[in-house]
Design a protein around this ligand. Structure first.
Ligand code: ADP
Ligand code: MG
Length: 678
């Protein structure tokens, strides 16, 4: 065993960052703020925390490292624990939403940026930390941007910086590329430490398959598979990394690849004589971690590795040995959709800088090749220069509430690294007002202080708190948990199997006794929980057991948060007369009255939030094909294709939202905006 660990240690000594260990430690010692930049794979994420630990930075407090992506936090923590020869969760641990793998002895803590934001909420000066490292800052995730602003505000003034702390905090900001001058300027012209990298040339070729007119089609999956096989059969040894957008298409591509790779005749087809096979590995966020470990292992001799990944492999994780990149040109992104007034996950063209980043992954250890399946015209006409920061394209409701709870009253003049448009800030304030989280003067209400404790969408939190005040949290806690994990319903790609799954899912909905998708979620949760063999139960019912297992854990955690809050003296208490089904849906109305639609003609509903969008019921909903019996519905989210579909919905009565709907129009955003500036 020790030889294996020794070799890991030697491996890490070969990383570019190793030569700069001493100067880097010195730079952190000398500065409050430091920007560190270097090529992806140079060792920033895995090595710097280790160096600081070895240099004694953990004597007074912990080292915290944030990642925008939860898989990255988990995977990197595993790796570093191995390198430091400790059990994960002891000296080295991680924390992501609903999954805490740390202990009393944890001193190097990897976490998502959302987790650190929650810790700031608990204590703004972060007394438990000696060093905070914001990693992957170039990704410009919403939470990382907010953290940058908060840390600058709190710690850039030397007089304020040590208030409430016994020793000063060190802030290190790490970024793969670009914009480091801007970052340094933002942080008061702090020094920039550049880790010189070695990269090899990557030749890029454009394809013919995807042009500017193909934005809506998913034909790129087949094309990617075709190109991957061409590379496998005609290029010299070296692993392949394919970029697609998400789990379902990655699994489809892997199935296709597997099918086709079976029939390759290695005696004649492969140029490299020793080639004997293709090892196909998917890589996406919600993948089981034991499966993820394989990604990093070198393939057996004579076998070529082909990793089919989401954007996570662009900068967060580095896979050694990759020589060929196949770039689909697309990414899944959360964007605010002004047509429906909600944030929606959509597949969009990547930016040119993103495409360059992807290509660069082929040139880490030797010269490489990047095959773009899109045309030069697509590059010129459909791809933006840079990726727009998340803060400028998604809903700010939760973040603005967090800022308000941190005492940042003027949310318009907060030091954002890039300012969101004022109308997005106003939209967030309006929503918070509608949920009773802030009052007309923009001050956080008692309810708002309760709401901020939950790592959920504010609407869902609002419904949950309503239920808790009525003593029926057992209806909403499982639902909130089920809506917080990945989709629990299995959707097989095969049409026959899909039919069978659909039938099973409809039966589950019927079992819940009402035409209500939220009730179905509750019923699935309860049936499985009370089953003797829950995993078998899931298999029989086409339910993802792993997802449901996380829902169980999430429910417990939400229940704990709620219990803690209910022990407070002034937790609201209300009463209600009526049956359970009505009670359930009325609680939902309190949080989802922003997502209410009324049937207009035929099967078409019209939303009531002022956007007046025309929406349809999605075929996966138990309300599908029952539209003519319905007048008013409420929904959790929407799917936008050529039409707008509502998913996870239930019928409601107008009387239940009658008093709530006017709130959607009553707020004067100008009043809120003048208050926001005070
Ligand atoms: P950076 O943060 O500068 O992009 P990293 O510290 O993430 O660089 O990666 C440094 C090296 O560590 C890379 O060569 C990568 O392949 C290796 N590495 C990182 N995580 C793992 C892992 N889980 N298993 C094996 N190797 C890993
Ligand atoms: Mg990194």
């Amino acid at each position: 065993k020790s030889t294996r660990l020794d070799s890991k240690e030697n491996e890490s000594k070969k990383l570019p960052i190793y030569l700069h260990k001493a100067t880097l430690i010195q730079a952190v010692t000398d500065n409050t703020f430091l920007v560190v930049t270097g090529e992806t794979g140079s060792g920033k994420t895995t090595q710097l925390p280790k160096y600081l630990y070895q240099a004694g930075f953990c004597k007074d407090g912990k080292i915290g490292i944030t990642q925008p992506r939860r898989v990255a936090a988990i995977t990197v923590a595993q790796r570093v624990a191995q390198e430091m020869q400790c059990t994960l969760g002891k000296e080295v641990g991680y924390q992501v939403r609903f999954d805490d793998c740390t202990s009393q002895s944890t001193v190097v803590k990897y976490m998502t940026d959302g987790c650190l934001l929650r810790e700031i909420l608990a204590d703004a000066v972060l007394p438990q930390y000696s060093v905070v490292i914001l990693d992957e800052v170039h990704e410009r995730s919403l939470n990382t941007d907010i953290l940058l602003g908060l840390l600058k505000k709190r710690f850039s003034n030397p007089a304020k910086a040590t208030k409430g702390r016994s020793f000063p905090l060190k802030v290190v900001v790490m970024s793969a590329t670009l914009e480091t001058d801007k970052l340094s300027a933002f942080l008061g012209d702090c020094p920039v430490f550049v880790i010189p990298g070695r990269t090899f040339p990557v030749t890029c070729a454009f394809g013919f398959a995807v042009g500017p007119k193909d934005l809506e089609s998913t034909g790129y999956i087949k094309e990617v598979v075709k190109v991957a096989l061409e590379v496998h059969t005609s290029e010299m040894a070296g692993d392949i990394l394919v970029f697609l957008t998400g789990q379902s298409e990655i699994e489809r591509a892997c199935d296709l690849l597997y099918e086709k790779a079976e029939s390759i005749d290695y005696r004649y087809d492969v140029q490299d004589q020793t080639m004997e096979g293709l090892l196909i590995l998917p890589l996406y966020g919600s993948m089981p971690t034991d499966q993820q470990k394989q990604i990093f292992q070198p393939p057996p001799a004579g076998i070529r590795k082909c990793v089919v990944a989401t954007n996570i492999a662009a900068t967060s994780l580095t896979i050694d040995g990759v020589k060929y990149i196949i770039d689909s040109g697309f990414v899944k992104q959360l964007n605010h959709n002004s047509r429906v007034g909600m944030d929606i996950l959509e597949v969009v063209p990547i930016s040119k800088s993103e495409a360059q980043q992807r290509a660069g992954r082929a040139g880490r250890t030797s010269a490489g090749k990047c095959f773009r399946i899109y045309t030069k015209e697509f590059w010129e006409k459909s791809m933006p220069e840079y990726t727009v920061p998340e803060i400028q394209r998604t809903s700010l409701t939760a973040v603005i509430l967090t800022l308000k709870c941190l005492g940042v009253h003027d949310v318009i003049r907060f030091p954002y690294p890039d300012c969101p448009e004022e109308r997005f800030i106003l939209e967030a304030l309006k929503q918070l007002y509608q949920f009773d989280a802030i009052d007309r003067r923009g001050r956080v209400t008692k309810l708002g202080e309760l709401m901020v404790e939950f790592p959920l969408h504010p609407g869902l939190t609002r419904a949950l708190l309503k239920a808790a005040s009525l003593g029926c949290q057992d209806l909403l806690l499982p639902v909130a948990a089920m809506l917080s994990v990945e989709n629990i319903f299995i959707r097989p790609g095969h049409p026959e199997k899909q039919k069978e799954a659909d039938q099973n899912h409809r039966a589950l909905a019927a079992k819940s006794g009402s035409m209500n998708d939220f009730a179905t979620l509750l019923s699935v949760f309860q049936s499985c929980k009370s089953s003797d063999r829950p995993s078998a139960w899931c298999k029989d019912n086409w339910i993802h057991w792993r997802a449901l297992k996380s829902a169980f854990s999430v429910e417990t955690q939400l229940r704990e948060i709620l219990l803690r809050l209910q022990q407070k003296r002034d937790f609201p208490v209300e009463t209600f007369e009526g049956n359970k089904s009505e009670l359930f849906r009325r609680c939902l109305c309190t949080g989802y009255f922003t997502n209410v639609a009324r049937r207009s003609v035929g099967k078409v509903f019209c939303t009531m939030d002022g956007h007046g969008s025309m929406v349809h019921v999605h075929p996966s909903s138990s309300l599908f094909d029952q539209e003519d019996k319905l007048n008013w519905i409420l929904f959790h989210d929407v799917l936008v294709t050529s039409r707008v579909y509502v998913r996870t919905a239930c019928p409601i009565r107008y009387e239940w939202v009658k008093d709530l709907l006017p709130k959607l129009h009553e707020v004067d955003v100008y009043e809120l905006s003048s208050v926001a500036r005070e």
